[in-house]
Design a protein around this ligand. Sequence first.
Ligand code: DGL
Length: 267
Amino acid sequence: MSISSKPIAVFDSGFGGISVLKKLLNILPNENYIYLGDNHNIPYGDKSKEEITQLSIKILDFLIKQNCKMAVIACNTITASSYDVLKEKYNIPIIEIISNGVEDIIDNTKNNNISIMATEFTVHSNMYYDKILDYNDKIKVTQVACQKLCPMIENNWYSYDDRILVLEEYVKKIDDNSDTLLLACTHYPFIIDDIKSVVNRKKANIKNIIDPSTKIALSIKKYLIDNNLLNTSGGKLKFFTTGNKKDFNDFVSRYIKINYELERIVL
Ligand code: DGL
């Protein structure tokens, strides 16, 4: 098997990374993909750095055994906690989402006042905050930890009657003068319509709500082209979940319209 025909591995604590995978399937339809969702252990956002790193090492050990050509951390929380360790430990290229989110936000703000919605872990790591200020220390960054969102999205957001109230509590904390809001958890794009309607009602100054999945998909395309790793004859997709196969199928079939395989694994 040539290197270019090996699969790209995409992973997340659960369904969130499927927002990135969807963009990859649009932008790079001729690649082969494997996706691992650690749905059994979600949420990662409430865990310690040590726990998240141990789980991500198990994930990458598994994905490398599947013979992938590169790995995509489609999870802000894993990036914030463990990217440095993973990058040192493994020889394959690893692409992470946070630097793409940072570039997206810098490209979009006009008034240098931005807000970020993310998990507890991502907010407390300050990785976004530090990286944005490294670019431009005049930018005002407000971070909102949205503890309830990821578990609710994972368990069918639309089944919660109080979902708009929950969102309003978080949106209230966005700076009134921010012109740009970054969705810094890959689960949030699945509820972007609800986020947009609450934000439009409550925060008139927000002009852009950013989902960094297009940016990371384009970075991956560039990386493959620059390194002569582009596949022109793939198109296969296989999912691995540590959770329940039926729940996984129910979620995925709403968003992914090509044929795929699905296997349940224990990490
Ligand atoms: N999709 C993950 C992220 O981007 C969710 C983390 C979690 O499991 O809490 O941060």
